[in-house]
Structures are given as C-alpha cells and as structure tokens.
Design a binder for this molecule. Structure first.
Ligand SMILES: [Fe+2]
Length: 201
C-alpha cells in the first residue's frame, strides 16, 4: 500500500521575532536593565517545554540577578580567602575556601538554567555590576571579623533575592527553577547562620 503523503510542513514562527521584552514579565529587570536576552535561531526548533515565552523571559531575568549576586559574593569570598589576617587566619582561610568553592559551582547551575529557558546567560563584570545588589569587593581588605560581617550580609541578600523569585517560577509551572532557588536559599541561610555565629559572644 502506498504510504499517505506527508503533510506539508507547517510554517513555523521564528523564535527570534516578536520577542517579549524580558522586563514585561512578572519580574521587573533591575533599573530597567535587561541582560538575559533571548537566544535561538531560525534553524533550531522553537523551545517548547510548557513554559510561556514571557514567563521564560521573566524567570531568566530573575535568575540573572541571582547569578550576578552569587558571582559577586563568590569573588568577595575568594578575595577574603586571600587577604584575611589575624589570629583566626587558619580557620577563616579554610572556611572561606569551602564557601567560595560552593558559590563558584552554583554559578554554573544558575547560568545553565537560564540557557535551558532559551536565554543567554550574562557573564561579564559590566553586566553583573548593572544588576547585582550585593556590593563590590571592598578595595582595602577589612579586619577579619568585618569580613565575616560583610559575608553575612551578602548571603542574606542573595537569599532574599532568590526567595523573591521562587513564587514567579512556581506560578509559571517552572518547578526546576523553583527547586533550584529553594536549594540556594537553604545554602545561603545556613552559611549566614554559621558566619553570624562567629560574631556572637
Ligand atoms: Fe587558596
């Protein structure tokens, strides 16, 4: 029997036309800056993972802010690993190494989730400085306990930013991102507690 003739292929819409402004989603871009631009080309299939295009754009912007803050906190922690001084050198030098290693690993996970949502991940100091809430590394190395105080604030800030975007991911049905951000909050809350404990009498 002759096979039924194949249907003529549907004309697919280009994934790069009529892109919604990422800032038009539920997560306003910080300061009107959009850094997670939509990726894709006419040659690749349109992304179809069950999350609306506008929601993906908003989530990618939210993840970019968490990425920028995580990276800034990573660099601060690594700087403190190098520059810490005083009687607690050994323990803080080692503790900061564990912390910056964990933060470094998480930047990869966050950036690749942005890519899986069909957007480019920001990865430059110029972009990060536009959207990060965590302040840049102090120019002059602070005293050891001031370093600890700065890191407590940094971890608390990243936790607040990540927590802010969990409902956005949940409402869009993006459980992987919601789970990822929940896991990040767990790490930041725990690290902040450990650092805070160093400052208690
Ligand atoms: Fe080292």
């Amino acid at each position: 029997m002759p096979k039924a003739s194949p249907k003529s292929p549907k004309k697919s819409k280009s994934p790069i036309t009529a892109a919604p402004a990422a800032g038009a989603g539920k997560v306003p871009a910080k300061g009107g800056t959009v850094v997670a631009h939509e990726s894709g080309s006419r040659n690749a299939p349109i992304i179809n993972i069950g999350i609306d295009r506008q929601d993906r754009a908003a989530i990618a912007e939210g993840l970019s802010r968490v990425l920028a803050d995580t990276y800034t906190l990573y660099l601060t922690t690594h700087n403190f690993h190098w520059n810490v001084t005083g009687p607690h050198f050994n323990s803080l030098h080692a503790m900061f190494m564990n912390q910056y290693t964990e933060l470094w690993g998480s930047t990869d996970v966050l950036a690749e989730r942005i890519r899986a949502l069909g957007h480019y991940a920001p990865g430059s100091y110029a972009e990060f400085s536009k959207i990060a809430t965590v302040p840049d590394v102090p120019q002059n190395p602070p005293k050891a306990m001031e370093m600890v105080r700065i890191l407590v604030k940094g971890h608390e800030t990243v936790s607040r930013i990540a927590r802010e975007f969990i409902p956005v991911a949940e409402e869009a049905g993006d459980d992987p991102t919601a789970d990822m951000l929940t896991a990040r909050c767990t790490v930041h809350d725990q690290t902040a507690w450990m650092l805070r404990s160093l400052l208690e009498d």
